[in-house]
Design a protein. Structure first.
Length: 501
C-alpha cells in the first residue's frame, strides 16, 4: 500500500511535466494570452521544480520523511486545483509555480522511500516500479492531455490530479510510519541561493532560448552570465564550507558508482527524453496525424518500457549490471538506427516498433542504473542523493530537448536552402511534362505547392539528422559502462557520515 500510494503521487507529478503541453492553444484563447505569454505556463513549472528539487535532502533532514511527503502531495494537489480554477494568465502562472515547488520533492522522495522499505535484494524490483512511474508518466501525458482537452476542457488537465492526490495523501498518511528528523544538516542560505539562481537561469535559457533566437537576444546573454556567475560562487562556496554545513553534500561525489550514475542519468535524460520530444511533432506536423492518433501510436513505447522494467527488476542481482545496461543501450541503438531510416512514406507500424524497442531499451537502462547508483550509498545519504539524481535527469532532458529543437530548426532552414538550389530549369526533372506542369513556377499556386513540398522534405531530413545525432551520442556514452563497479555480494553500503566522523 505504501508503494501504491507513493507511486500515485509520482505518476501525478510526472504526468504534469507534459500533460499541459497539448492544452496550451486552448489556454491561450481562454486566458486571452499571446503565444509568448502562454509559454510561461510551462516555464514557471519547469523553473520552480528545478530550483526546489535540491531542497529535498535538507527538508527531509529537518522535518522528517512523512511530513515532507504529505505536505508535497497536498500542496501539489491544491496547486493543481488552483490551476484549473484560474481565470487570468497571472493566476495560472502563480499556481504553476506552486505546483513546481511542491511537486519537486515527489520523485526523489518516492525513490528514497522505496529503497528504505525494501531490502537490498528487492531494490531492483523496487526501482522497476519507481522507474515505470517516472518514465511512463511523461509518455502518456500528451495522450491523456489531448483526450481531456478535446473531450471536456483544458481545466480537466489539472482537475484530474485532485482525486489522485487525495488518494495518495490518504495512503501516505495511513501507511507510512513517521521518521524522526535527524537535523544533521544546517541550512546553507548562500549555497541554496547561488544554486537556485544557476539552475533557474539555465532552465530559463534552455526553455526560452529558441524562441529568443539564442544569443541574438539580450535576455539569453543575461541568463547565461547569471548562470556562470552563480555556478562559480556556488562551487567556490561549497569547496570552502564543511560538508555538514554545505547545501549540497560534496561527500556524495567521493562515491565512484554514484558519480558515474549521475553522468549516465544525465545522458539518459539528454538522449531518451529528447527523442521522445521529437516524435509527436514529427507525426503531427509532417504526417498530419491528429493528437489522439499521435498518442495511440507513441503510447506502445510506454508499454515496452514497463515490460522491460519488470524484467530488469527481476534479474538485477542475478545478471551483471553492466551486461543489462549494455543490452539496454544496444536496444536503444537499434531503435535510433531505425529512426534514421524514416521518410514521409511511413506506416503506423514503422513508428510503433522503433518506439517499443527504444522503450524496452530504456527500461533495461533505467532500473539497473538506479540500483547501481545507490547500491553503495548509506541510508543517511539517500535523501540528498536522490534529489541530485533527479536534478541531473531533469537538466539532461532540458538540455537535450532544447538542443534537438534548435538543431531541427536550423537544419530545416539549411536543408531547404540546399534543396532550393537544385530547383532550376537545368534540372533534368523538368523534362518530365507532368513535373513541369504540376510545379510550374510561373503559376503562384503551383510554386507555393512546390515550396510546401520542399519544406516538408527539408523538415524530414532535419528530423533524421536529429535521430542520427542521438544515435552517435548513445554509442559514444557506452564505454562509460566500464566505470560502473557492481557492489560485492553481501557488502554493506558505506556510511559516509561515519567515515567522515
Amino acid at each position: 500500500m505504501i508503494t501504491v500510494s507513493i507511486m500515485a503521487a509520482t505518476v501525478m507529478q510526472t504526468l504534469d511535466s507534459t500533460i499541459a503541453n497539448v492544452a496550451l492553444p486552448h489556454m491561450q484563447g481562454s486566458l486571452s494570452a499571446s503565444q509568448d505569454q502562454i509559454a510561461w505556463v510551462l516555464t514557471a513549472y519547469i523553473v520552480a521544480a528545478a530550483i526546489a528539487t535540491p531542497l529535498t535532502g535538507w527538508l527531509v533532514d529537518r522535518f522528517g520523511q512523512k511530513r515532507v511527503f504529505m505536505t508535497s502531495v497536498l500542496g501539489f494537489t491544491v496547486a493543481s486545483a488552483l490551476c484549473g480554477l484560474s481565470n487570468t494568465l497571472f493566476q495560472i502562472v502563480v499556481a504553476r509555480l506552486l505546483q513546481g515547488v511542491f511537486g519537486a520533492a515527489l520523485v526523489p522522495m518516492s525513490q528514497m522511500v522505496l529503497m528504505d522499505i525494501n531490502p537490498r535484494e528487492k531494490q531492483g524490483s523496487a526501482m522497476a516500479v519507481w522507474g515505470m512511474g517516472v518514465m511512463v508518466g511523461p509518455i502518456l501525458g500528451p495522450t491523456l492531455g489531448g483526450w481531456l482537452t478535446d473531450s471536456y476542457d483544458w481545466r480537466w488537465v489539472f482537475f484530474i490530479n485532485v482525486p489522485i492526490g487525495a488518494l495518495a495523501a490518504f495512503g501516505i498518511w495511513h501507511y507510512i510510519r513517521p521518521s524522526p528528523a535527524t537535523r544533521r544538516m544546517q541550512f546553507d542560505a548562500f549555497g541554496f541561493t547561488s544554486l537556485s539562481i544557476a539552475i533557474g537561469a539555465l532552465q530559463m535559457l534552455l526553455d526560452r532560448g529558441e524562441q529568443n533566437d539564442w544569443f541574438s537576444s539580450t535576455e539569453t546573454w543575461i541568463e547565461a552570465i547569471a548562470m556562470v556567475i552563480a555556478v562559480t560562487y556556488f562551487i567556490a562556496h561549497t569547496a570552502l564550507t564543511p560538508a555538514n554545513k554545505s547545501f549540497v553534500d560534496y561527500r556524495l561525489l567521493k562515491n565512484g558508482n554514484y558519480v558515474t550514475g549521475l553522468m549516465f542519468i544525465f545522458i539518459v535524460g539528454l538522449v531518451m527524453y529528447a527523442t521522445r520530444a521529437l516524435t509527436p511533432t514529427m507525426l503531427e506536423d509532417l504526417l498530419g496525424y491528429p493528437v489522439a492518433t499521435t498518442g495511440l501510436v507513441t503510447a506502445p513505447a510506454g508499454f515496452g518500457t514497463m515490460l522491460s522494467m519488470l524484467i530488469a527488476g527481476r534479474i538485477v542481482g542475478k545478471v551483471g549490471l553492466r551486461l543489462i545496461l549494455l543490452t539496454g543501450f544496444l536496444f536503444t541503438v537499434v531503435a535510433l538506427w531505425q529512426m534514421t531510416r524514416y521518410s514521409l512514406d511511413l506506416s503506423q507500424g514503422d513508428i510503433i516498433w522503433p518506439g517499443v524497442i527504444q522503450g524496452f531499451g530504456l527500461g533495461l537502462v533505467f532500473v539497473p542504473l538506479s540500483a547501481a547508483t545507490f547500491a553503495t550509498l548509506s541510508p543517511a545519504m539517500r535523501a540528498p542523493g536522490t534529489a541530485l539524481f533527479s536534478l541531473m535527469r531533469n537538466i539532461g532532458s532540458s538540455i537535450g530537448i532544447s538542443m534537438v529543437q534548435t538543431i531541427l530548426v536550423r537544419n530545416t532552414i539549411t536543408t531547404h536552402a540546399k534543396l532550393v538550389e537544385r530547383i532550376t530549369y537545368a534540372n533534368p526533372a523538368w523534362n518530365n511534362p507532368a513535373v513541369a506542369s504540376a510545379y510550374d513556377l510561373t503559376q503562384p499556386t503551383r510554386a507555393a505547392a512546390l515550396d510546401a513540398m520542399i519544406n516538408q522534405q527539408a523538415a524530414m531530413i532535419a528530423y533524421i539528422n536529429d535521430f542520427r545525432l542521438m544515435l552517435y551520442l548513445t554509442i559514444a556514452v557506452m564505454p562509460l559502462l566500464l566505470f560502473i563497479r557492481p557492489p560485492r555480494a553481501g557488502a554493506a553500503p558505506v556510511d559516509a557520515h561515519a567515515v567522515m566522523d
